[in-house]
Design a protein around this ligand. Structure first.
Ligand SMILES: *[C@@H]1O[C@H](CO)[C@@H](O)[C@H](O)[C@H]1NC(C)=O
Ligand SMILES: *[C@@H]1O[C@H](CO)[C@@H](O)[C@H](O)[C@H]1NC(C)=O
Ligand SMILES: *[C@@H]1O[C@H](CO)[C@@H](O)[C@H](O)[C@H]1NC(C)=O
Ligand SMILES: *[C@@H]1O[C@H](CO)[C@@H](O)[C@H](O)[C@H]1NC(C)=O
Ligand SMILES: *[C@@H]1O[C@H](CO)[C@@H](O)[C@H](O)[C@H]1NC(C)=O
Ligand SMILES: *[C@@H]1O[C@H](CO)[C@@H](O)[C@H](O)[C@H]1NC(C)=O
Ligand SMILES: *[C@@H]1O[C@H](CO)[C@@H](O)[C@H](O)[C@H]1NC(C)=O
Length: 480
């Protein structure tokens, strides 16, 4: 493929991504769910890249995966391994725009430098100590890195190159979520397939040096990790890195003019939008290029929050601690949610992902609620919970399942769901959502609807509604 073709593919990709609701993530679904099915099945319906199973045949197991409590085999050169919870393992994730992972790293183990073409990633350290980081885009290429301990949370913006390194003396365990049903991986391994002359010119290095490097990066990567993209065509879509040739540098120049000047902040918002990006190439947002834009505008109003001046951004903006501590469950629901949303973790702004730790006393309940934006994936850290959701009218099917430690369950966006601790012990879950803000609708919304309307809506006497509303006034819990 010629460089001009590369450029065209790149631009088309930008434009087609414009319609997705959040940077670099999957398009939002148009139905309750579309459980992925083997393409050879004749009952299948084709949506968003995978065939869908006939909804009548969908069961709770389509949203379910077990084994997230089991360490994977790390006997390989990287001393690390990843257990996947993507659409390939959980067919119900198809079109839901979210996935989860478990990573195990031995001491001195590394998840080597890589990027995800789609999807922001959020990690929680369960055990061990890690040094993690990502590098911002050209031309600043700032390293945002931090030492993490158990309970710490860190965020990797979409498309940016990042790594995880176990620099401690003990095994490390990390749970991660990405806001794509399959974020895919890109690594320098793809360089193997680029002509040596191109690489040599690109990196201004002699052929010999390039050949040496290629030998180094050709050791088999962790197979599970390498869902990857090995061909030039796809690699170009990420950061333009594989096509770094003079004519592609022009592409970068195409993005840069105007970004070196702060926007004009003399207005009511005190914010300055640097004009070029959104207006002239609207789809750039979809590739996480809003970060590039933010690099050069001192204060820009995006998706509901002001942005910090990028020069003042520190690794701590992507960091939160305390996810190892249980919330206090002494309340009427026996349930408590510890939030890791944009409110606690400012770096999540525009990244389209959030995490919540939930604790349940025995018989504790995360009462029925829904998230207007965002699919959710729940990982059971300890205990035994009964979790379920109800599909939309007219079927209103209950899709529910009892889960034990290490089990994973997916919840489609907007559907009403609950989690109930059915065990004798405390339970803990980790939920990831593909929205930066886990806004939710609980029974509290009914407090604001006139009794008359509710009575008519539910076809009951107003007295019944009043009794229910009175009971719900005692709702003292924030949802997950
Ligand atoms: C799906 O369900 C129908 C009945 O609703 C059944 O006849 C059919 O065999 C099922 N297909 C599969 C693949 O299970
Ligand atoms: C990763 O772990 C799984 C499960 O333990 C194992 O089957 C697989 O071979 C491992 N991969 C590598 C590259 O070690
Ligand atoms: C881990 O993987 C290595 C290399 O593939 C293999 O020799 C070893 O038996 C595996 N260990 C377990 C516990 O499966
Ligand atoms: C910034 O905007 C204000 C108000 O629109 C205008 O008066 C001012 O000249 C602008 N400054 C620059 C440097 O363009
Ligand atoms: C949840 O736990 C936190 C920390 O223990 C506590 O401050 C908060 O009041 C609890 N919330 C509820 C609703 O019980
Ligand atoms: C948990 O909350 C209850 C009720 O608010 C309070 O009495 C208790 O002291 C709290 N426990 C802890 C450990 O903070
Ligand atoms: C359950 O959690 C509560 C509050 O965090 C704690 O006081 C109690 O000891 C825990 N029970 C068990 C069996 O771990």
């Amino acid at each position: 493929m010629g460089l001009i073709d590369c450029l065209l593919v790149f631009l088309i990709a930008c434009l087609t991504l414009k319609s997705s609701f959040v940077v670099g993530s999957d398009p939002s679904p148009l139905q309750n769910f579309c459980v992925a099915i083997d393409e050879s099945n004749h009952e299948a319906v084709y949506v968003n890249g995978k065939f869908c199973k006939n909804p009548k045949n969908v069961t709770a197991d389509d949203f379910y995966l077990s084994g997230f409590d089991i360490p994977s085999n790390t006997s390989n050169p990287f001393r690390s391994n990843t257990t996947l919870g993507t659409v390939d393992q959980i067919p119900g994730l198809n079109t839901l725009g979210i996935s989860v992972f478990r990573a195990d790293l031995k001491p001195k183990g590394i998840i080597p430098v890589h990027g995800h073409p789609r999807g922001s990633e959020m990690i929680v350290v369960m055990e061990g100590c890690l040094y993690v980081g990502f590098v911002t885009s050209d031309p600043n290429n700032r390293l945002m890195a931090k030492q993490l301990k158990p309970g710490d949370v860190f965020v990797f913006p979409p498309g940016l190159v990042h790594f995880l390194y176990n620099d401690g003396d003990t095994d490390a365990v990390v749970y991660a979520a990405a806001n794509s049903q399959n974020p895919d991986i890109t690594t320098t391994r793809g360089f193997r397939n680029v002509p040596v002359e191109v690489l040599s010119k690109s990196f201004k290095a002699e052929r010999k040096v390039i050949e040496e490097i290629i030998k180094g990066i050709s050791i088999p990567l962790i197979r599970d990790l390498c869902v990857a993209i090995n061909d030039l065509k796809d690699a170009v879509l990420v950061n333009g890195k594989l096509c770094k040739d003079p004519s592609l540098v022009t592409t970068n120049d195409f993005f840069l003019p105007g970004f070196d000047k702060p926007g004009n902040t003399s207005n009511a918002f005190g914010s300055g939008m640097t004009p070029a990006t959104i207006d002239q190439i609207p789809g750039l947002n979809g590739l996480g290029i809003s970060l590039v834009r933010i690099d050069f505008a001192p204060k820009v109003y995006v998706n509901g929050k002001f942005c910090k001046n990028p020069k003042l951004v520190t690794p701590n903006d992507f960091y939160l601690s305390g996810f190892d501590k249980p919330g206090n469950t002494s309340n009427s629901f026996g349930y408590n949610a510890t939030l890791g949303t944009v409110d606690q973790l400012p770096g999540l702004n525009t990244l389209g992902i959030a995490m919540v730790r939930a604790d349940y006393a025995p018989q504790g309940l995360a009462p029925m609620h829904s998230h207007p934006r965002g699919s959710e994936v729940i990982i059971v850290i300890q205990g035994c919970v009964y979790v379920g959701f109800v599909t939309s009218d007219p079927e209103n099917r209950l899709i529910a399942k009892e889960l034990k430690t290490g089990d994973v369950f997916a919840i489609p966006p907007g559907l009403i769901h609950f989690t109930y601790n059915v065990g004798d012990t405390n339970a803990t879950t980790l939920a990831a959502s593909n929205s930066q803000n886990s806004d939710f609708l609980s029974t509290r919304i009914f407090q604001h609807i006139p009794v008359e309307i509710l009575a008519k809506s539910y076809n009951v006497d107003e007295k019944v509604i009043e009794v229910i509303l009175e009971a719900w006034k005692n709702n003292d819990v924030d949802g997950d």
